[in-house]
Ligand binder design. Structure first.
Ligand SMILES: Nc1ncnc2c1ncn2[C@@H]1O[C@H](COP(=O)(O)OP(=O)(O)O)[C@@H](O)[C@H]1O
Ligand SMILES: [Mg+2]
Length: 367
């Protein structure tokens, strides 16, 4: 996936920006507060329906503007089909267009444009609770398994209904019915996620070795969210029903699933340093990106925010040389070009991001 054009209007401090990215590394350079991260947020928004710094209505729209707009165009690698997505988002309402037609759901845009983002908050993927890891798994499945989205929706709906019933101390007959539905959808969801985690194994091992060789071989495991080795989900729900009724929510099941990542040189659950958490998160993200490429025939966009302050020179070099060799299109932000210490042989395009009157982005040909 290689963007040929990106237009941004009214995203944070950016009034209007027009970028024609290069095929390899795209470097967004500028001072603090210039709007570099905002460019990545705009791309992330098309790919995920939200920013990695929060929802659209929490400040993504430029102050004083009624709505933000993002437009991207690219050509599909295998079919040479020209694709384009456009989004106008006003915080609560939005309008999206995909290849010239209106879309009814934001997820339609997200299906078309795939991006993997590594940013200063990414360490939470490993150091925090399970939610971002479930989202990671589901993002991958969403893109590589066409049947996944309906299953995911069916499970989410059943869980919501069951929780509402538990909260209201609902009728047992209704609870029986939703337990059945939740168990059926949950078993399917579980099967998808388990197969996906298994398929990711070689990629996780590869990227962990590339980025964190000092921790020894990586091993990762899928945690289903209930004692699946002992109980079918329907039985587990029944067993926990009394407790769930007391608490007013569903305490077990695939909404509690998790992905564990461990390293041979870190037996037990010894904590990773913050730097190691970042690298391990990056390994997971790249493993997914590579799996995406293997199944879809092209790389997702790779967005790397503030790379020089996130990774030391050695890790940066390992990462970027692997990405350049892979042929992925990469967007990197940084305050100084020199600090990125790029290899002159790497194909790169530089963009200066400046606050200026209209937050203009100028393509530069200095490299
Ligand atoms: N809703 C908004 N409207 C206008 N300006 C904003 C808004 N939200 C953030 N900003 C400003 O935009 C800039 C944020 O840019 P950012 O992309 O984080 O910069 P960089 O990554 O280059 O440091 C800051 O100067 C911030 O004050
Ligand atoms: Mg920034």
């Amino acid at each position: 996936m290689k963007l040929q054009q990106l237009e941004i209007a009214d995203v944070r401090s950016i009034r209007q920006a027009s970028v024609e990215p290069g095929d390899g590394l795209n470097l967004l350079v500028g001072g603090n507060g210039a709007g570099k991260t905002s460019v990545l947020e705009a791309l992330h928004l098309l790919a995920y329906g939200r920013s990695f710094r929060g929802r659209v209505r929490d400040g993504l729209i430029r102050t004083g503007a009624p709505a933000l707009q993002v437009f991207a165009r690219w050509t599909e690698q295998d079919s040479s089909r020209r694709r384009q997505v456009g989004l106008r988002h006003a915080g609560n309402e939005w309008e999206g267009r995909l290849d010239g037609a209106d879309v009814g759901q934001l997820s339609e845009l997200c299906t078309a444009l795939a991006a993997v983002t590594f940013e200063p908050g990414s360490h939470a993927l490993l150091s925090g609770g399970g939610e971002p890891r479930r989202r990671l798994l589901d993002w991958g499945l969403f893109h590589v398994e066409p049947g996944f989205m309906p299953v995911w929706r069916r499970h989410a709906r059943a869980l919501k209904q069951r929780n509402a019933l538990l909260k209201s101390g609902g009728a047992l007959a209704a609870l029986d019915a939703w337990d059945g539905e939740l168990a059926a959808a949950g078993e399917l969801l579980d099967r998808h996620r388990r197969a996906y985690v298994e398929a990711l194994e070689p990629q996780v091992e590869h990227w962990a070795k590339e980025l964190l060789p000092e921790l020894g071989p990586a091993h990762h495991a899928y945690v289903p969210g209930w004692r699946r080795e002992d109980l079918a989900l329907a039985d587990a729900l029944l067993v926990s029903r009394e407790r769930d009724l007391q608490l007013g929510y569903t305490t077990i099941g695939p909404h509690r699933a998790d992905l564990q990542l461990g390293f041979a040189a870190r037996p037990g659950h010894e904590a990773l340093s913050r730097g190691q958490s970042k690298l391990a998160a990056l390994a997971l993200l790249l493993a997914q990106a590579e799996d995406f490429r293997a199944r879809r025939g092209e790389w997702p966009l790779i967005l790397l925010d503030d790379l020089a302050s996130e990774l030391d020179r050695q890790h940066r070099h390992a990462l970027l040389s692997a990405l350049v060799a892979s042929g992925a299109q990469v967007f990197i932000t940084g305050t100084e070009l020199e600090a990125l210490a790029l290899d002159p042989a790497w194909p790169s395009t530089v963009f200066h991001v400046e606050h200026g009157l209209c937050g203009r982005l100028d393509s530069s040909s200095e490299r």
